[in-house]
Design a protein. Structure first.
Length: 367
C-alpha cells in the first residue's frame, strides 16, 4: 500500500487561498498577516493535518518556543511539583519544555546545559548542583541564553532565582521541637559521607560550602541548637545520601544508639518516608517513642497515621514564578537580577509530641 505524503506548506496555502509566503508567516507567527488570512490558514492547516517544521521556523524567527529545564531529582515529589509549576506556566505562554535530570551530578548538569543550548532553547531553568562549578552556566548566559535558577541561588552568577529561606525554615522546625522539651534531636540529611567530612565539627561552614537546600537546612538546625545552648552531637547527624533506603539505614543506626534521639528532623519528604519505615521496622511508634518532622507537604503526609508534621513550601509556585521570570527575560526584560524568596510554614499534625520521662528505660522519650 502506497504511503500518503504528508501535507506541505503550499498545500495549506492553496487550501486557504493565500500565497505560500502568507501561509508561512501565519503559521510561523512572524511578519504581517491580516486576522482574516491567519484564520483561513489555521483552518486549512487543521483540516489537512499539517505540522509545521519547527527547525525551519526557528531559523526564520530566531526562536524555538522551547524552554530547557535541568532538575536534580525528578523522582523526588518536590521536583515533580516544581516541574508542574514550570510546565503549566510555559504551556499557557505557548512554550514547550525539554527536561533533563541530573541526580545532583555536576558533570551531567554541564552536559545538559550544553545539549540544551545547542538545541537552541529560548531559555534555561536550572536547579544547580555545585556552587564552585558554574562556568557552564556563566557561558550559557554570556552566549545569550536567558537563565533562571530554581530552588537555589548562586554567588558569582548574575541570574534570577526563586527559592525559599531553607535556613530559617529548618531553624523554626528545630525550635518547635526544642520548645516541646526535645534536646536529643537527630538530623536526617542528604549529604554524602565524602562531602560531610568538610563540616566537622558542628557542621561548620556547611551553609557556604554547599549550594543545595540541604546546606541551608542543616545550618538552620545548627543555629537553633546553638541558640538554645544545646551541644551538636554528630552521632545524631546522618550523612548517608538522598534515597529512601539511605534514610531507612540511617534511622536504624540512630535508634540503636545507647542514648537514642527523641525527635527526628528529616530534610525532605523522601527521607521522612524512609525514617518512618525504619521506626515501624524497629517496633516503635510515632510520636509515642519518637517525634518526626519532615520537609514538603506532599499529599501522602496527611494520610499517614499519625499525619506527619511538615515544613510546607509553595513548591508549585517556585516553578511557576521561576518560569515567569524566564519568560520575561526572553521577551527582552533587561532589569537587574531578581531574587525571589518565598515563605514556608510549619504545619503541625500528629507526628510530634512533648517529651516526658519513660520510666521503663529511664530515658526521655516522646509521649
Amino acid at each position: 500500500m502506497d504511503r500518503v505524503a504528508p501535507p506541505t506548506l503550499p498545500d495549506v496555502a492553496r487550501q486557504a487561498g493565500v500565497s505560500t509566503a502568507t501561509a508561512a508567516r501565519a503559521l510561523g507567527n512572524y511578519g504581517s498577516v491580516s486576522a482574516k488570512s491567519r484564520l483561513k490558514v489555521e483552518a486549512a492547516a487543521a483540516e489537512l493535518g499539517y505540522r509545521a517544521n519547527g527547525l525551519a521556523r526557528s531559523m526564520i524567527t530566531g526562536t524555538t518556543n522551547t524552554l530547557g529545564v535541568v532538575l536534580s531529582d525528578i523522582e523526588n515529589p518536590f521536583f515533580s511539583r516544581v516541574l508542574r509549576g514550570i510546565t503549566d506556566t510555559a504551556h499557557h505562554a505557548g512554550f514547550e519544555v525539554v527536561l533533563i535530570n541530573t541526580d545532583e551530578q555536576v558533570d551531567v548538569e554541564r552536559t545538559a546545559v550544553r545539549v540544551l543550548t545547542e538545541k537552541r532553547v529560548d531559555g534555561l531553568l536550572v536547579c544547580p548542583t555545585d556552587g564552585a562549578q558554574i562556568d557552564h552556566l556563566r557561558d550559557a548566559e554570556v552566549g545569550g541564553t536567558p537563565l533562571v535558577l530554581v530552588d537555589r541561588r548562586l554567588k558569582g552568577l548574575d541570574a534570577d532565582s526563586v527559592e525559599v529561606d531553607n535556613r530559617a525554615a529548618a531553624r523554626r522546625a528545630t525550635e518547635y521541637l526544642i520548645g516541646l522539651g526535645h534536646e536529643r534531636i537527630a538530623l536526617i540529611t542528604g549529604i554524602e559521607d565524602a562531602m560531610a567530612g568538610r563540616f566537622r565539627p558542628e557542621l561548620v561552614g556547611i551553609e557556604s560550602a554547599m549550594v543545595n537546600t540541604t546546606a541551608g537546612r542543616a545550618a538552620g538546625y545548627r543555629d537553633a541548637l546553638r541558640a538554645a545552648g544545646l551541644a551538636i552531637d554528630l552521632d545524631y547527624v546522618t550523612l548517608q545520601g538522598f534515597r529512601q533506603v539511605d534514610a531507612i539505614r540511617a534511622t536504624h543506626r540512630l535508634l540503636e544508639l545507647a542514648v537514642p534521639p527523641t525527635a527526628l528532623l528529616s530534610l525532605d519528604s523522601t527521607l521522612a518516608l524512609g525514617a518512618l519505615q525504619a521506626i515501624r521496622e524497629a517496633g516503635l511508634t510515632c510520636p509515642e517513642d519518637i517525634s518526626v518532622i519532615g520537609f514538603d507537604d506532599a499529599d501522602w503526609t496527611e494520610a499517614l497515621t499519625p499525619p506527619l508534621t511538615v515544613v510546607a513550601q509553595p513548591v508549585q509556585r517556585i516553578g511557576s514564578e521561576a518560569c515567569t521570570l524566564l519568560l520575561e527575560r526572553i521577551r527582552g526584560d533587561q532589569r537587574e537580577p531578581v531574587h525571589k524568596v518565598l515563605r514556608t510554614s510549619l504545619v503541625e499534625r500528629g507526628s510530634v509530641s512533648p517529651v516526658t520521662v519513660h520510666r521503663r528505660h529511664g530515658t526521655r522519650v516522646s509521649s
